[in-house]
Design a protein around this ligand. Structure first.
Ligand SMILES: Cc1cc2nc3c(=O)[nH]c(=O)nc-3n(C[C@H](O)[C@H](O)[C@H](O)COP(=O)(O)OP(=O)(O)OC[C@H]3O[C@@H](n4cnc5c(N)ncnc54)[C@H](O)[C@@H]3O)c2cc1C
Ligand code: FES
Length: 230
């Protein structure tokens, strides 16, 4: 059980839940967060948005019953979480890096930025940018926010050596294609639907270049060489 420290609301459908947590996660790892409602048995995988001095931040969008329940949680309540799980990003502090995020795919790049040198360039495409600029203003991010359209069109792929991406599959495949064309290094974080979160159920299986992969154990982060497509 983790004690809830506070809950911040970024905009009408996006929240950051802050919890007490002793384990120090790696950037790109995730937690399984369990609704209290017994009818929703499975945990919901949520990426590490930030971790600092025993405080774990999870940024999430309300899309269904589980995340709706999380949005009602209050400081002082206990919440069942398991993790940190999965293989995270490899931080390359000496490379010129850019992160390309769609929607809540933004979440893992905030914590990743703590492991990179200087200010991290983040291209963030979203349907609703409301509140993000203000909420993230104290992080060392050079944040380009775009509402609607294709965020990949805003990126100068030749200007960076290393890319990281997370978000809708169609966006990640566009990033993958460009990184292949320009011969750039890329790590992708897949957001497959999950059951257990720790390798026991096969719900998150995806096709890798060398056979089936479990996104929860082998990922969620994969290098571009490991995948044909996101
Ligand atoms: C490794 C990983 C990290 C994630 N990190 C975050 C995060 O940091 N913040 C965040 O808001 N969400 C994240 N997600 C997605 C999140 O787990 C789902 O949005 C959540 O489980 C939905 O639960 P629910 O009960 O509210 O919705 P449900 O009632 O279960 O589903 C509502 C809708 O959301 C869709 N949905 C459910 N799970 C996913 C998924 N994995 N990918 C895409 N669509 C989904 C369903 O198809 C349905 O349309 C992550 C998923 C994975 C696999
Ligand atoms: S979610 Fe169960 S094996 Fe990955």
């Amino acid at each position: 059980m983790a004690k809830i420290i506070r809950q911040d609301q970024i905009n009408p459908h996006t929240y950051v839940l802050w919890l007490e947590e002793k384990s120090v996660p790696k950037p790109g790892q995730f937690y399984m967060v369990y609704p209290k409602d017994g009818a929703k048995l499975l945990g919901r995988p949520i990426s590490v948005f930030d971790y600092h001095e025993g405080q774990l931040g999870l940024l999430y969008e309300v899309v269904g019953g589980g995340t709706e329940e999380f949005s009602k949680l209050e400081a002082g309540e206990d919440l069942r979480i398991l993790g940190p799980y999965g293989r995270g990003f490899t931080p390359y502090p000496d490379k010129k890096v850019a992160c390309i995020a769609g929607g809540v795919g933004l979440a893992p790049f905030i914590y990743l930025s703590r492991f990179l040198k200087g200010t991290t360039r983040v291209y963030f495409g979203t349907r609703d940018a409301q509140g993000f600029g203000d909420y993230l203003k104290d992080y060392p991010l050079d944040l380009k926010i775009q509402e609607g359209g294709y965020i990949t069109e805003a990126v100068d792929f030749q200007a960076y050596d290393q890319f990281y991406t997370c978000g809708p599959r169609v966006m990640m495949n566009a990033v993958l294609d460009r990184c292949r064309q320009e011969d750039k290094d890329l790590e992708l974080s897949l957001e497959e639907r999950m059951g257990c979160g720790f390798g026991a159920c096969l719900a998150c299986s995806c096709q890798g270049k060398e056979g089936r992969k479990k996104v929860c154990l082998d990922g969620p982060v994969f290098a571009k060489e490991e995948l044909d497509h996101a």
